[in-house]
Design a binder for this molecule. Sequence first.
Ligand SMILES: [Zn+2]
Length: 403
Amino acid sequence: MSSISPRSDVNRSAILSRIGAQGPASRADLARALSISPALVTRLTRELIADGLLIELEHGPSSGGRPAQRLGLATRSGGAIGVKIAPDHLTLVEVSIDGRVVRAHTDPFEASAPVAVGRLADAVATFIAGAEHSALVGIGVGLPGNVLAQSEGIVDSTQLGWSQAPVGSALRAATNLPVLIDNNVNALALAESLFGAGRGHSDFLVVTIGTGIGAGIVASDAIIRGSSGNAGEIGHIPVAEDGPLCQCGAHGCLEAVIGEQALVATAVAEGVIPADSGIEALQGAADDGDTRALALFSTAGRLLGRVVAGLTNTLDPELIVVLGEGAKAWEHWSSSFEPALRAGVIPRKRGVSVVVERWQDDRWAQGAAALVLSTPFDAEGVSGEQGQLVRERLISSMAGEHA
Ligand SMILES: [Zn+2]
């Protein structure tokens, strides 16, 4: 490949990523979507076609004027792997370059075992052995924890019981592929911006409810990770002075009050559900109209609404996307969440949109794969050397040079 200027590289990558994520597009669509001049789009797409990365497709449907020729990715062989790590199971997916899931698998997993990282590497290598794509460009991993640098992949996670776990190097050694690792809520926010409700929005929040309470923050088209990768830990906003002990060591965190375990513990203590039951029992009781169960969800919804109102006033998002395991019971949260949110925001933000998505595990894993698929869009260089390797593999798979 010829050497090109960094700025052109960003625009070329943006064109590939746009078509990869959203399907074939005309040159005019690309110019509009990426805010680059039609002349530059024409020049860059000519180069991409010459390099074998893009192909000209049939003419698209006309909306009155002359039908525009559409461009598509030349690859049929390129794919990526996404892995979601939970304390007791792994979810693995294989996706095509356009983000479509072609294969999914779940494995039991014991994160607290001393050999957990080795077992993880074995499970990923086994999954890859059955890959449908002949050219995998990389592995994306999402997990509940802190990752200082995506490309190094050293993980601290209280939920998994991991301290400085060398996940990135273990997976690279086992698979010989580039590996990008991030907090699973950040990965989800990325998937939302590429494939979900966040598409087309520059500023939005992803709020997850379930075992943990978290947020992914997208501001001015970038995921906000903070100085040490810890941005968005809204589960640890202190909300109750002298409240219950949180797993982070503090008292009265949001998660220690409205996280799944806290809701179940309160419901058991109040005799709403039997001692050995879980969140499904509590949801079932609410579905059946049990007023004490409904009151628990209502209190949780109100508290979450107030916290999200504070975030909305701070970050000024256009949209709030709510998801996670807990969203299955959203109808019981929403009746108090909505009024608390609207009452807590400044007048200009009263109309902020709220969307609820009931994504399952494989969607979280698809988010992890999006870490890989979005690297051509990584103008900030967050993905570092691993992202560069992903780009090289992507380009060589498209050019057919890679076996
Ligand atoms: Zn906490």
